[in-house]
Design a protein around this ligand. Structure first.
Ligand SMILES: Nc1ncnc2c1ncn2[C@@H]1O[C@H](COP(=O)(O)OP(=O)(O)OP(=O)(O)O)[C@@H](O)[C@H]1O
Length: 311
């Protein structure tokens, strides 16, 4: 059993009449960033709280490196977590907060300046954490999670409150932490935040797993066979491609969306029939498109789209 693994198995939990977890089961493996994604209320935070022993499940188990959190000795050296970025002593400086945490957990004080550097808080480290923006609190929370140099990281919505530059920085940090061999579980309700950083996604809805899949596979599956064509002869291009069995739709005065025939075959068909074209491109679905395809049925609440007539 790798130390850098989280195994969640058959978690069920009710809060009064509400079912928060309904058989939640998945494994987080070392060396990759696993996105934990789902709409509000899907059970992500509850699952993370169960993993670190803050909530007890009605049934099921959650193990870190093969052991329940409560049986871990020096838990901060086994798992680091960011569950609520607002949870800092407002009057303490960031550095003193981390020093206090290190001392209370028997961790070397020397780690404090290392983690402050890693999250880019050097210039703010001696300021009161109470005056921090949410983005800076997220950085401080991650510094705290990294203090014990743990093989497992659990971050609940770390992108919340981050500006675009912060989001790019966070993606890079998550990648680097996984490349060091850690298991990194990152929740988000926005799939787009995880684009380019998650290797794997566990998609949840209504307390259980809807999909547990590699990101590359997921995108390939959703993108399959979608090709964009730009041509000055829309009618002939359409005729040639339809003859070859493709489904074709015009998307603009000189563009077509083609499916059912791969890009190489589109090029060959247009070439062989002397149909002019300036572009044939296999379309790659975004992670967000893949996500919406999978979760359409599992969304608990869906706001009314802001229509033209609502102003
Ligand atoms: N302490 C609690 N008391 C009552 N109900 C709770 C409690 N914690 C969670 N719930 C309910 O359990 C369900 C799952 O909530 P949870 O916060 O785990 O979802 P989530 O996926 O993290 O959502 P979000 O993205 O909004 O944080 C929700 O219906 C929520 O209202």
């Amino acid at each position: 059993m790798s130390q850098a693994t989280i195994e969640v198995s058959g978690l069920r939990k009710r809060f009064g009449p509400a079912t928060a977890l309904d058989g939640m089961t998945f494994t987080v493996r070392p060396g990759r960033v696993t996105g934990f994604v789902g709409p509000n209320g899907a059970g992500k935070s509850t699952t993370m709280r169960v993993i670190v022993g803050l909530d007890a499940p009605d049934t099921g188990s959650a193990l870190i490196g093969g052991r329940p959190y409560r049986s871990l000795r020096r838990p901060l050296t086994r798992v680091g977590s960011l569950l609520d970025a607002a949870a800092v002593q407002p009057s303490r400086s960031a550095r003193n907060h981390l020093l206090w945490l290190a001392r209370s957990q028997g961790l070397a004080a020397g780690r404090v300046d290392e983690v402050i550097g890693r999250v880019g808080l050097e210039r703010a480290a001696r300021r009161r954490a109470g005056g921090f923006s949410l983005g800076m609190r997220q950085r401080l929370g991650i510094a705290a999670a990294l203090l014990g140099d743990p093989p497992v990281l659990l971050l609940d919505e770390p992108f919340n409150g981050m500006d675009p530059e912060g989001i790019v920085w966070m993606r890079g940090l998550l990648r680097a932490l996984a490349d060091e061999g850690r298991a990194v579980l990152v929740s988000s309700h926005l799939m787009s935040e995880l684009e380019g950083t998650a290797d794997h996604v566990v998609i949840v809805g209504r307390g259980k797993v809807i999909a547990d899949t590699g990101v590359a596979d997921l995108i390939a599956r959703v993108s399959a066979g979608r090709v964009a064509v730009r041509t000055t002869d829309l009618p002939r291009a359409t005729a040639v491609l339809v003859d070859a069995g493709a489904a074709v739709a015009a998307t603009g005065p000189d563009t077509l969306a083609v499916s059912g025939v791969p890009a190489e075959r589109v090029v060959a068909l247009l070439g062989a029939n002397a149909v002019p074209f300036s572009e044939v491109a296999a379309q790659r679905a975004t992670l967000e498109e893949a996500y919406f395809g999978l979760t359409r049925d599992a969304v608990e609440y869906r706001g009314e789209p802001a229509g033209e007539g609502t102003r």
